[in-house]
Every structure is written in C-alpha cells, then in structure tokens.
Design a protein around this ligand. Sequence first.
Ligand code: G3H
Length: 249
Amino acid sequence: MTPGIRPLIAGNWKMNGTGAALVELTAMTAGDFAACEALICVPATLLTRAKGALEGSAVQLGGQDCHAQASGAHTGDVSAEMLADAGASHVIVGHSERRTDHGETDAIVAAKAEAAWRAGLTAVICIGETKDEREGGETLAVLSRQIAGSVPKAAKAAGTVIAYEPVWAIGTGLTPTVGDVAEAHAHIRAELTALLGAEAGSMRILYGGSVKPSNAAELLSVAHVDGALVGGASLKAADFLGIVAGCPA
Ligand SMILES: O=C[C@H](O)COP(=O)(O)O
C-alpha cells in the first residue's frame, strides 16, 4: 500500500468467457468495494453485454488491448475509441502475453498507452521480467528498461496504472517472496519518479501473478503495492471478491 492511494483490484479474463460467464459479473456487483476500486477487463466480444451486467455497480469495465490508431485498415484489431464507445474506462496495454504472442515492443506499448489517453481511457501498462531474466539477476534492469520504453513522459497518475507482473508467476501458482515484491515495487516507484517527477507519487503500481484470496492480503500489505492485476482468480466472483476482501481497510 501507498498512503493516500486507494487500491485497485483489476481482473483480466484473457481469452476466456462467453455470454454464460456474465453471471459471474452480475455476482461481483454484490461485492463490498468500500476499501478499493474494482475493474474487470473482458474479451472485446463481451464488452457491451458486460456493460449491461455492471450497470449501476462500482465495478468498472476494461479492454485487454487496443491498437495505436483510432481507425483504419487493421483487420481484427480494436481501437481505444471503440473500447470507450463500448463502455470501457480502462485498457490493459503491454501484457506479457501480448509482448510474447504478438511481438509487442516497448515502443508499441507506449503508443498504445497514448492511444488509450486519446480516447479518454486509463492505460494499465504492464511490465515484468521473465524467469531467465530473474535467474540472471536482471530483474531491476529489465524493469528500468521497460519503464523507460513503455511509459510515455506525459503519463499522469489519473490516467495511468502500472502493473508489475513477473512473467514466471503468471498462471503458475508461483509468487515472488514478499521481499522481492517490495524491492521491485520500490524500484518501480523510484524509476517512475525519475521519469515523471511528483506525478509518480500518486500513480498506482499493481502486482500481478498468481494472486488469489489466500495470498492477497499479504501481497497488498507490501509497500508500493497499490492493488492487483488478477487473471485466473478473476473468472469466478467468489475468488475475485475474496481478493477484494484482502484490501486493507
Ligand atoms: O493479467 C493477469 C496476470 O497475467 C496474472 O494472471 P494469473 O492471476 O492467472 O497468474
């Protein structure tokens, strides 16, 4: 936690969910969000129906990626403006699965963050080291490089969230030690401050990678951990709300 920052618990459904999954969203709306903000990033095919399911609730809606351009000949892509039109308030950019599966570079991620702001969306910019990079002692250097390349200098706390996701912790059940999380988040805050100045002090830094109800409270108690980006455990309302319950009161 960072004093003065309200935590954000963000779910990322990845390529999961058809209309039948909307019952989980409806169930999430009954949660107690007194201690945090909540966000669910659904597949693009579900955005409009998810907007309906979340109507009137505190749970915000996000997309999982956007193209850097507003429109044009980019078959299969979705622009930030389209996400906003469908009811999204946030979009994830630079998730490691996009960086790996689609060859997204830091420069592409930065362009997507700027596209998100152009459309009035909050950009959730993902960074994180691979297993090989960690074992090679390169974690902090990788984070520095990704921040320098993926976070535009115009980033404002109101429209930007940083998500630290060690790639080797995603979907594996493995998590870094609390000490390792604390070191990484403190380093990210320092690098953001060097890049953005005072604006960085109120920018949320989320932790992602095998967050579940049983470890949420411990992870969320670490300094500079201002919420979580949750994959698998965001697919079921009971698990997601169990993580929300881990937010310090
Ligand atoms: O975007 C979410 C992350 O990739 C974490 O996924 P996970 O919670 O399934 O490990």
